[in-house]
Design a protein around this ligand. Structure first.
Ligand code: UT7
Length: 356
């Protein structure tokens, strides 16, 4: 079996401040708690309060991971952040996180692979450590999806539980155009501290990563980009083009096909079998996707971890959050083999195998 060069020494996560159960979504668009649970498994999500940025969530998660590893912020020598929802169009979140943590002028890098951001990022972080470029690396997956939501100011008051006054019929109709998308997402960040392994049997063992750019329009944001002049306009806002476009069925089919394939491909590369894998942690996009992947791989319930019921889809943050929960609850024990797998916009997809 392949040897490890780097491993995770600590982890932690935070969510947005406000818990939003499905019932609040019913008040702003034509949806039901039943539909959301049945089609996605989601019961609730957290949204940040106004004023909290992606870098702030990243800082919260980073501090917890640093505590868990027993590292001081000033020990960190490299920062990598996976996000598709940076504080600003540019720069990325890495340098903002560095400043907010009060760390010196160490390198800071952003990864933009959406729902596969954490898996792509693991490979980049592992490579930096293998090459001797980093010894105490902080890797954060952070997202604020609430900025994509189409609600008015009053709509937000309703969603966040500050008002029960119904939204206008016109707003309800407008919001309902995007209902298949916004009921799925939440705001959160997860972080891990990575460094050279102290035992070549423990740590990151291998990856399989893929991309298929021809299908970009299945899941993308059709505004705020330099394919347009100006890159953002009033027209874009009026037409709701700041909300991601998602061909849900196409993404779903792609996910349940490619995710099992790439897990098996990675097992083969690392020279283990699926039977050796103690725990599968899939990206949390939809509980029905995770169930499809589990079924395709014929894995029993206790070897697949899901928590989308409580957080919704938090894109680059889902895997580090699930990992932290598994580690802290004892579901993942030292020596266990864990497989991470994800697929998302791009399309990008991939898997990573790690010995805990
Ligand atoms: O992280 C990667 C990013 N995204 C994903 O992985 C998402 C992958 N796709 C999915 O998770 C699912 O396709 C969805 C959850 C988005 C949709 O579930 P679905 O079972 O594929 O439903 P559908 O799009 O086929 O829609 C079924 C019906 C439609 O109504 P009609 O045409 O049958 O009358 C939709 O208009 O459900 C309607 N619908 C809703 N109804 C109530 C769509 N969204 C909602 C909603 N509430 N929120």
């Amino acid at each position: 079996m392949t040897q490890a060069y780097s491993r995770i020494y600590g982890s932690g996560f935070v969510t947005g401040e406000t818990l939003v159960p499905n019932e609040r979504m019913q008040l702003v668009c034509d949806t039901t708690d039943e539909w959301i649970r049945e089609r996605s498994g989601i019961q609730q999500r957290y949204f940040v309060n106004e004023g909290t940025a992606t870098s702030d969530l990243g800082v919260g998660a980073a501090k917890k991971a640093l505590d868990d590893a027993g590292w001081k912020a000033e020990d960190v020598d490299y920062i990598v952040v996976a996000t598709m929802t940076p504080d600003y169009y540019f720069p990325g979140v890495g340098s903002l996180l560095q400043a907010k943590l009060g760390i010196g002028n160490i390198p800071a890098l952003d990864i933009r692979q959406q729902c596969s951001g954490f898996i792509y990022g693991l490979q980049v972080c592992d490579a930096l450590i293998r090459a001797g470029m980093a010894k105490k690396l902080l890797f954060v997956g952070a997202e604020i999806h609430s900025g994509f939501m189409p609600f008015s100011k009053h709509g937000w008051d309703v969603v966040m539980g500050r008002s029960n006054e119904p939204v206008t019929q016109a707003e309800r109709e407008w919001n309902s155009k995007f209902r298949h998308l916004f009921v799925l997402f939440g705001d959160a960040a997860g972080a891990v501290c990575m460094g050279p392994t102290d035992d070549p049997r423990r740590g990151l063992l291998g990856y399989s990563l893929h991309a298929a750019g021809k299908d970009v329009e299945a899941l993308y944001v059709p505004s705020a980009g330099f394919a347009y002049r100006p890159y953002f306009s009033e027209e874009h806002v009026r037409e709701g083009r700041f909300v991601p476009v998602m061909e849900g069925r196409q993404v779903f089919k792609m996910a349940v096909t490619k995710m099992p394939e790439v897990v098996l491909e990675t097992c083969q590369k690392v020279e283990v079998t699926l039977d050796d894998v103690n725990l599968l942690i899939p990206h949390q996009a939809n509980l029905r996707i995770s169930e499809g992947v589990q079924k395709a791989l014929k894995l029993p319930d206790d070897r697949v971890y899901n928590n989308i019921q409580r957080y919704g889809n938090t894109t680059a943050a889902t895997i580090p959050i699930a990992y932290d929960e598994c580690k802290k609850s004892g579901k993942l024990k030292p020596g266990d083999l864990v497989a991470f797998v994800g697929l998302g916009a791009g399309f990008h997809w991939g898997a990573a195998l790690m010995r805990e």
